[in-house]
Write a protein that binds this ligand. Structure first.
Ligand code: NAD
Ligand code: MG
Length: 394
């Protein structure tokens, strides 16, 4: 039995994870679940999966969850709240595997706690790795943790690399990592009209159903930018080795191109249960509930170069990776604030890249010498981004 904690159980990835786990009750046991505010959904999940512990975001949410659990006769489930409790369920001795599926910087502390406790980490929370890069990878290696990528592209790359890959592309004969991108909902929309798109239009992804923050990131292509940085850390690849290829069908989830001319890819229907099942069972295979790919019904696969003028966020992400240190943390924090402001209709869609560019160019980045230095940079970038948003919203 693999004993599992799911951080962010009520989100899109959390729900897909529970869907896969429910198919294999003989293999996996849910030890702890977390949610931020959606206590009703969490109570439902607790009733179905019977974890020992449940963690929410506030004392008020904990009170509400406790009442819901009591009404269902589930008062043996220990209800806690706050970051220390998240870190505890991520690092507890009873847990083997941690699904890191909290969105944004809020996931950093518990994901790092899982690394420091030497857990098997299924990493969906790309923002945590973007922020802390080398520090996170060092913690994984020092404490013997296992890091398996859930992001579909990175899971595809992971599957397309040799099994004993040691984060040295040259030694493995890797010529390029080809990161595919759907291009999101605005791939072909007239650029002038992007100023006025609504949050609902931005969240209407053509192929994937996801949380709202990552959906907006896909529309700006910041998601691909974050994924370039994620690939850099996961696979030890310099930016020059990572190429973004627009592939609107999202059937090829990414590829690795080798020096002998071979290209190895992972293909499948766009459904996150595939990478989740792959990482859960690795190196074995389990059923995920995803239908087998029918290539003849898809017919055509297309590929294009990305347009950096249409998607300035992608260029900003490459820029932050080249700058190094805490620059990706600045980028990530500014993006989180700008996306939230866009979703709340306080700024326009194109203001997102303007806010990020200003935060990056008006604030110094430093060496990412400690997690405290990264968190300090994150806080400064958030304050700077909030001030710019307030100016734009006026
Ligand atoms: P979501 O918004 O659907 O869910 C987010 C989860 O995090 C929820 O359970 C929520 O309760 C929790 N959460 C939110 N704010 C929190 C906070 N401040 N503290 C603690 N918990 C908090 O998001 P999602 O689409 O499931 O994405 C989760 C992560 O996975 C993101 O980092 C995203 O980039 C990554 N990811 C998602 C997909 C996808 O298909 N959805 C694909 C690849 C990677
Ligand atoms: Mg992805």
């Amino acid at each position: 039995m693999q004993r599992i904690t799911i951080l962010g159980a009520t989100g899109s990835i959390g729900v897909s994870t529970l869907d896969v786990l429910a198919r294999h009750p003989d293999k996996y046991q849910v030890l702890a679940l977390s949610a931020h505010a959606r206590v009703e959904e969490l109570a439902e999940q607790c009733a179905q999966f019977r974890p020992a512990r449940a963690v929410v975001g506030s004392a008020d949410a904990a009170t509400r969850l406790s009442a819901l659990l009591r009404a269902r006769g589930l008062d043996h489930i220990q209800v806690e709240h706050g970051e220390a409790a998240l870190c505890s369920i991520a690092s507890s001795a009873e847990v083997d595997t941690v699904m890191a599926a909290i969105v944004g910087a809020a996931g950093l502390a518990p994901t790092l706690a899982a690394a420091r406790a030497g857990k098997k980490i299924l990493l969906a929370n790309k923002e945590a790795l973007v922020m802390s890069g080398q520090l996170f990878m060092d913690a994984v290696h020092q404490h013997g943790a296992t890091l398996l990528p859930i992001d579909s592209e990175h899971n595809a790359i992971f599957q397309s690399l040799p099994q004993a890959y040691a984060r040295q592309p040259g030694a493995a004969g890797v010529a390029k990592i080809l990161l595919t991108a759907s291009g999101g909902p605005f791939l072909n929309r007239a650029v002038e009209t992007l100023e006025h798109v609504t949050p609902d239009e931005a969240c209407k992804h053509p192929n994937w159903s996801m949380g709202r923050k990552i959906s907006v990131d896909s529309a700006t292509m910041m998601n691909k930018g974050l994924e370039v940085i994620e690939a850099h850390w996961l696979f030890g690849a310099p930016a020059s080795l990572i190429e973004v290829v627009i592939h609107p069908q999202s059937v090829i989830h990414s590829m690795v191109s080798y020096v002998d001319g071979s290209v190895i890819a992972e293909l499948g229907n766009p459904d996150m249960r595939t990478p989740i099942a792959n990482a859960l069972a690795f190196p074995e295979r389990i059923e995920s509930g995803v239908a087998q790919l029918d290539l003849t019904s898809i017919g055509t696969l297309q590929f294009y170069k990305p347009d950096f003028a249409r998607f300035p966020c992608l260029a900003l992400a490459f820029e932050s990776l080249e700058a190094g240190g805490t620059a990706p943390a600045l980028l990530n924090a500014a993006n989180e604030v700008a996306v939230q402001a866009f979703l709340e209709r306080r700024i326009g869609f194109r203001d997102i890249d303007r806010v990020i560019a200003r935060v990056m160019h008006e604030n110094a980045h430093h060496a990412a010498s400690s997690i405290e230095a990264v968190m300090d940079c994150d806080a400064r970038a958030r304050a700077a981004a909030q001030a710019i948003v307030a100016g734009l919203a006026r």
